[in-house]
Structure formats: C-alpha cells, structure tokens
Design a protein around this ligand. Sequence first.
Ligand SMILES: [Zn+2]
Length: 260
Amino acid sequence: MIVTCNPYFNCGSCYSCRRGLVNCCTHNETMGVQREGAFAEYISMPYERIYDGQGLEPRILSLIEPFCISSHAVNRADVREGDRVLVMGSGTIGLLAAVAAAIRGGEVYISDISEEKLAFAEKMGIRHTILNRSKEALLEAVSQATDGDYFDVCIEATGVPEAFVDCIDAAAFQGRIVDVGVSKRNADFRYTEIQRKELNIMGSRAALKTDFLQTIQWVKEGKADLSRIISREYPMEKAEEAFKDLDANSSEILKMIFKF
Ligand SMILES: [Zn+2]
C-alpha cells in the first residue's frame, strides 16, 4: 500500500493536545522544520500518522500535505455554499485554498501582484482573478466583484502583512478572516476596524487528520488536480541543482518534487 503521513508531531500532554487540538500543540515539531524531514530513502513513522493513499500516485500523495494546510484554513473559515471568498496570494497555499473553497461551494476570487500567477490560477479552474496593482485598485475590484457588499471570507496566504490589512478592508461586516500566511514583519492597521465591522479573525495552523482524509478523498474523486502544482521533478542526486533553480526562479516554481 502506498501511503502519505502527517508530519506535525505533537506532544500529547500540553493543554492543546489534551483538548484534541493537536495541530496547535505548544511543543509542535513539524518534520523538515523542528525535526528531520523526509529527504531520505527510508523514514520511520508512528502507525497512527500514516494514511492510506487510496491508490493515488506517490507524486500526487506528496502534495496532500500542502493541500491540507490550505484545506484547514478553509475549514477554519467555515466556507459554505454561496459564500463569496477572496484568497490573497496565488502561491501553492493560496491556490490550493482557492481550490478547497470552490469545492466547498464558495464563489472564489484570487488576488496576486503577479499576472503569471493569476494566469496559472485560471488554469487550475479559478475563474475570478484580481490583479493587485495597488490598494485602491484592489478595493475597487473587490467592490465591483461583490456589488459593494465585500467578501464573506478573506484568506491571507501571502505572508505579507499588507495583504492581511487588505483582508480587513476587503471583508464584509461580520466577515471571517483567516491568516494562514507567515511573516516576520509587523502589520500596521487601524484595529478599530475589527470592532466597527464586527470581524471574526482567525489563525490557521498546520492541519488535522480529518484534513488529510478529506483532501485524499477530494483528489481521488477528481475534484482537485494536484499534478498541476508540480512545476519540476528532479532525481534526488540533483537536489543541489534543484534548490539553486528554485532560488533563481521562485516566481515560476510552485512545487518541485524529488524522485527516489
Ligand atoms: Zn502538545
């Protein structure tokens, strides 16, 4: 059986773990971040972290984990049929969030500063795109797209603080905003907007077992074509070249995979 696995190791005893919020473990150790990753021919995994790949190809199963990150963010926003959803950022996580939100019945718009990335999003089946030329242009497009209502859900998937502030401005009153992007910079915004618009602002961190099982099922049912996310494939022996290529072409490459 070909499988995929959950790489977010949790401690099992902190307050989050005791409440079943294992993705929010205060001692979280993600593989490839706080602990060794999977660039190896063999790794060992606890049985309960391994999920049946349902017959999907290994190269596709390798993309389930990023899809889970996006899907978890969409679940946090509780996207429902007919919700108008704006995803800020058309990188891998943003694109896959747009795909997950569309599967859940949302009317999805995706925004980016790059025309190439938006063209790619269109190829992934996201029909509505907004080129983020300036704050004014973005908000004008937001108003037009929603007949002046603004968005029910805004998902920040860029890791740029200004995009988080754009989410606050693009959300409808009582809108849901989910931050899945990660930044080291601070955001500067009028926080009273949260009160004035009665906004619901949430974070999204890692993913749960249910996200893995859900995304594997969606891919199996043909609701998402993850093969499009793979920009390049390399044999493991060419790993050094692959990372140099990624550095030099980061705007063109979404995900690259290594073959063992
Ligand atoms: Zn814990």
